[in-house]
Design a protein around this ligand. Structure first.
Ligand SMILES: Nc1ncnc2c1ncn2[C@@H]1O[C@H](COP(=O)(O)OP(=O)(O)OP(=O)(O)O)[C@@H](O)[C@H]1O
Ligand SMILES: [Mg+2]
Length: 355
């Protein structure tokens, strides 16, 4: 649905203020996909999303939406093509002097192609779609943040777009309201067959609804993948840092003040992180492996979470036994769970014995 081909964006080119915001980006986004873009401030995320509707023109490269090369269109054809691309913003961008009805009717009236009767029917449809049928006469100042964003969404959908662009659309909202907007976006994707691009710094947003994610850094795509893969097996350091906000990995609080060492010595317990995915998440793995390998396994921390409705569990356990038994237990665990990572060795008991 969206093809970004070798796109480069240089602001203020040839001046002293020149900024290379995007460096030869190639990106294909599939029809019906919810695609996330994450990255640090200034990485080029907003610039990238503004390439998709040509709110900013690429310095070089092509942008195709629904197989139409936007970069090749004249301004009239571009205006027409833009109707198939809606956009919502962090600050909602509503007209404060117009009520909800008029805000949603605004893009339709701009078009000059529609009768007021048609507009009325369409606005009522849109209000129902976003759950605001009773708010048509209210002004933006009388609405909550979540309601304002619903108006923003209704307005963005007025021209029946195929693509919806969201630049930090939930960043100004509390977690519960964020979630209700995300549920609405998921619902709209199904109902309207939308392709959605979401820029966000909220990892919860990505976790809840993005099919794939791109990590942007310094104007390039640093890492791109399926959300579940990216969250459970990030390759780049920046990705690891970003996803750690949503998926806590590594040593649990309980071991904060304990010396965990890299080298095993006799008597140490292994501290091991287990990652469970999907249906395996509720298998009695721990009990099974403890019995099979004759080791003691104690659970130090555990959580079950969801990435796009897919359950995944993280557990940190300590395995006690001799070296051979511990290694054997780790092998058996590897055969049963998605990923096993030895975080180190706990020397506490040994020190206690030496004391
Ligand atoms: N209109 C502009 N003129 C000049 N430079 C710009 C313009 N817009 C963005 N930039 C620069 O381009 C780079 C990328 O900016 P962009 O807004 O795309 O970042 P971002 O990833 O969206 O950041 P944030 O998370 O803070 O919104 C930054 O260095 C920024 O200063
Ligand atoms: Mg931005």
């Amino acid at each position: 649905m969206i093809k970004i081909e070798n796109v480069e964006k240089i602001y203020a080119k040839g001046t002293a203020k020149e900024v290379v915001a995007l460096k030869h980006i190639n990106l294909h986004i599939n029809k019906g996909e919810i695609f996330g873009v994450i990255g640090l401030s200034g990485a080029g995320k907003s610039t990238l999303i503004r390439m998709v509707n040509l709110l900013e023109r690429p310095t070089s490269g092509r942008v195709l939406v629904d197989n139409k090369d936007l970069t090749a269109l004249d301004s009239k054809a571009l205006r027409q093509a833009r109707k198939s691309i809606g956009m919502i913003f962090q600050s909602f961008n509503l007209l404060s002097s117009a009520n909800v009805y008029d805000n949603i009717a605004f893009p339709l009236r701009l078009d000059n192609d529609y009768s007021e009767d048609f507009i009325k029917t369409r606005v009522q449809e849109l209000l129902a779609l976003v759950g605001l049928s009773d708010k048509a006469a209210m002004y933006p100042s009388q609405l909550s943040g979540g309601q304002k964003q619903r108006v923003g969404i209704a307005r963005a959908l007025a021209s029946n777009p195929k693509v919806l662009l969201c630049d930090e659309a939930t960043s100004a909202l509390d977690p519960q309201t964020t979630n209700s907007i995300l549920q609405l976006l998921l619902e709209l994707r199904e109902k309207l067959d939308l392709t959605i691009v979401i820029i966000t710094h909220q990892m919860e947003v990505v976790k809840e609804c993005c099919d794939r994610v791109a990590v942007i850094d310094g104007g390039t795509i640093l890492e791109l993948g399926d959300t579940l893969d990216l969250f459970t097996d990030p390759k780049q350091q920046l990705t690891k840092t970003l996803v750690s906000a949503a998926v806590r990995r590594g040593l649990p609080e309980l071991l904060r003040h304990t010396e965990i060492v890299k080298e095993y010595r006799d008597g140490d317990k292994a501290v091991v992180e287990l990652l469970f995915l999907g249906p395996k998440a509720d298998a009695p793995v721990i009990v099974e492996v403890a019995a099979l390998c004759n080791v003691k396994i104690s659970i130090l921390a555990g959580s079950i979470d969801h990435i796009r409705k897919e359950p995944f569990g993280l557990m940190v356990v300590e395995i006690g036994g001799n070296k051979e038994k511990i290694q054997n237990a780790i092998k058996e665990l590897e055969a049963r769970v998605h990923k096993v990572e030895v975080l180190g060795y706990d020397r506490r008991q040994q020190l206690a014995e030496l004391d």
